[in-house]
Write a protein that binds this ligand. Structure first.
Ligand SMILES: *[C@@H]1O[C@H](CO)[C@@H](O)[C@H](O)[C@H]1NC(C)=O
Ligand SMILES: *[C@@H]1O[C@H](CO)[C@@H](O)[C@H](O)[C@H]1NC(C)=O
Length: 166
């Protein structure tokens, strides 16, 4: 009898450990520098940033740093249409200094440079932010729509140390 109980306890413990190790990577916010060492610049080949993004899985609360020198580059968040067309005449958000962005909602976000000719040469990246497993499900469709209507990105400290995980 006691032996059976012990086995059951061992099983429960083993299951709990597996559950924790699966959940942990998505509950901790991660910090990424877009493009790694290249930072935010005209890439060596047009597919560079798409390849960089596809190497990572981004989740709600993750932080992206766009690293560039003010005046030499800029950053615009645009619609998918404008992203595809490299049209930066009417960005959703515009940053003339390197921003650190924290993503607060699941969505696909489209970024490019407004500098002449940079977007067509591949300085553009689409970032899919997956829902975090730590985010509680939306209580109602109305709440989901309201949450979506608020600005889903916000600034975090501009002085976040680059390369460090939060
Ligand atoms: C770029 O987008 C704006 C609206 O955001 C539009 O008025 C303009 O015609 C577009 N330009 C091109 C070249 O598609
Ligand atoms: C950001 O860019 C500067 C200048 O190019 C560079 O020295 C620095 O290492 C970059 N930081 C990261 C995290 O890539």
């Amino acid at each position: 009898m006691a032996r059976t109980m012990n086995m059951n306890n061992v099983m429960v413990l083993a299951i709990a450990i597996v559950a924790i190790s699966v959940v942990l990577p998505t509950t901790e916010a991660a910090l990424y520098t877009v493009g790694d060492e290249l930072g935010w610049a005209i890439p060596p080949e047009a597919g560079y940033y798409a390849a960089w993004a596809s190497k990572h899985s981004f989740f709600v609360n993750d932080i992206l740093v766009f690293n560039f020198t003010e005046g030499e580059e800029d950053l615009a968040m645009v619609t998918k249409e404008d992203f595809d067309a490299c049209n930066t005449s009417n960005p959703l958000f515009y940053f003339d200094e390197p921003p650190t962005l924290k993503f607060l909602a699941s969505d696909t976000f489209y970024f490019t440079s407004t500098f002449d000719g940079h977007c067509p040469r591949g300085q553009k990246v689409a970032i899919y932010i997956a829902p975090s497993s730590a985010t509680p499900p939306c209580p109602s469709p109305t709440a989901a729509v309201q949450a979506h209507a608020t600005i889903p990105i916000k600034f975090v400290s501009m002085k976040v140390k680059q390369g460090k995980r939060s």
